[in-house]
Design a protein around this ligand. Structure first.
Ligand code: HEM
Ligand SMILES: *[C@@H]1O[C@H](CO)[C@@H](O)[C@H](O)[C@H]1NC(C)=O
Ligand SMILES: *[C@@H]1O[C@H](CO)[C@@H](O)[C@H](O)[C@H]1NC(C)=O
Ligand SMILES: *[C@@H]1O[C@H](CO)[C@@H](O)[C@H](O)[C@H]1NC(C)=O
Ligand SMILES: *[C@@H]1O[C@H](CO)[C@@H](O)[C@H](O)[C@H]1NC(C)=O
Length: 327
């Protein structure tokens, strides 16, 4: 854990937090809950809880970042991934290792105590994911709020709407475009893989018999390959993990090292490595690898745009009392 310098960024965060109420011309807006919770500053409350959680467990950063992506790409950002049940999104194979739902439950409980029935679970997730990225060294950005929570969650829909790690770059670009995100935003958002891990299931196909060649994926850095093979032995059902960003000093840091690693052929997932190779995205990857500020400046706005996908506003949806179940 290298979050030591973060407390020094805290005052800046709160200064920026006061610059809210900028209107975006649709139903979501920055500071939607201002004045709706008496004197309570909900964003500050959430920030404090996320900070404590990350201090205890740095995985919270990657958990919340991925959770928002997996929520937004299935039925829009509507908290549908938070719903527990027999055939809900959580049960989808592609969501097997998705985590952080309990963290959102905890935060929502604290919010309900001071401001019952007002703040949606979906907005809690959006704010918490923003705070997590900032606390991990990212740049703070304002998020829009005003989303309401959905009542439907389907594992089948999750399987159909989320990309597998083997998705070709051009197909991934199409999938993001359908969600209103352009090619550059796709590349920037994949920078979310600068934190967190992948399990053997997600990349073992590259290690021993890639594409029926009886050989490893030739694009894997020769220094990385033996480490990945050790983590995921051929004859084992191991569900071991490896980091997505292989720079040992930045496993938990929101920075541009992910791009540096994939340029060096140290991508963990097939999509990660191909992002640096495919001519459609290679140029953007190299630009981001060479400029730490560029990535940090663009990640927030791309997350804000992702968090607009298919939102429920007005009288659609509900404000869930508990995030794991509909009212
Ligand atoms: C084509 C797009 C994407 C694909 C195919 C993809 C695929 C994956 C896969 C297979 C894993 C590893 C799961 C495991 O084995 O545990 C993963 C992890 C992760 N993904 Fe993505 N992803 C994509 C886009 C994104 C985006 C847009 C974000 C967020 C902005 C994101 C955030 C993360 C994070 C933070 C993790 C680490 C989770 C953890 O440590 O538990 N991904 N992704
Ligand atoms: C899931 O299915 C089981 C068995 O069919 C049932 O007992 C249980 O109540 C269901 N749970 C939910 C949350 O629907
Ligand atoms: C996989 O093999 C097929 C058939 O040999 C080939 O056309 C394709 O380009 C290969 N894919 C990759 C990613 O190497
Ligand atoms: C790529 O990964 C290997 C294995 O972890 C490491 O030795 C090497 O330094 C990494 N390359 C870069 C550019 O960090
Ligand atoms: C991965 O899991 C296997 C068991 O399936 C274990 O033998 C091995 O030591 C593990 N490797 C690492 C690097 O954790």
């Amino acid at each position: 854990m290298r979050l030591g310098s973060l407390s020094s960024m805290l005052p800046l965060g709160f200064v920026l937090m006061t610059f809210i109420s900028h209107c975006y011309g649709h139903d979501l807006r920055v500071g939607f809950y201002d004045g709706k919770c008496g004197g309570q500053d909900i964003e500050k409350l959430i920030y404090g809880i996320v900070k404590k959680k990350i201090a205890k467990d740095p995985d919270v950063v990657s958990d919340l970042t991925r959770l928002l992506f997996h929520d937004c790409f299935v039925r829009g950002c509507d908290g549908s991934i938070l719903l527990k049940g027999n055939h809900t999104e959580q049960k989808a194979h592609i969501n097997k290792h998705v985590a952080g739902m309990d963290d959102i439950d905890d935060i929502k409980k604290a919010v309900e105590k001071v401001c019952p029935g007002v703040v949606s679970c979906t907005d809690v997730l959006v704010m918490a994911a923003r705070d997590a990225g900032f606390l991990a060294g990212g740049k703070r950005y304002d998020v829009e709020t005003g989303r309401r929570d959905g009542r439907v969650s389907s594992s089948k829909e999750a399987e159909a709407s989320l990309p597998p790690p083997t998705i070709p770059v051009n197909k991934a670009i199409q999938m993001f475009a359908k969600n209103g995100l352009n090619e550059r935003e796709f590349v920037v958002l994949l920078g979310g893989h600068t934190v967190g891990t992948a399990h053997c299931n997600s990349f073992k196909n590259r290690l021993y018999n890639f594409n029926n060649t009886q050989k490893p994926d030739p694009t894997i850095n020769s220094a990385l390959l033996p480490l990945l093979c050790k983590t995921c032995p051929l004859h084992s059902q191991s569900e071991n993990e490896t980091f997505l960003d292989h720079n040992p000093t930045s496993h938990f840091k929101m920075d541009n090292d992910y791009y540096k690693q994939i340029v060096a052929h140290n991508g963990t997932l097939e999509i990660d490595q191909n992002l640096a190779i495919n001519p459609l995205t290679r140029g953007i990857v190299e630009e981001l690898a060479n400029s730490p500020d560029q990535f940090l400046n663009e990640f927030g706005p791309a997350m804000v745009k992702m968090a607009r996908i298919g939102v429920l506003t007005g009288d659609r949806g509900e404000i869930r009392k508990t995030c794991a179940s509909v009212n």
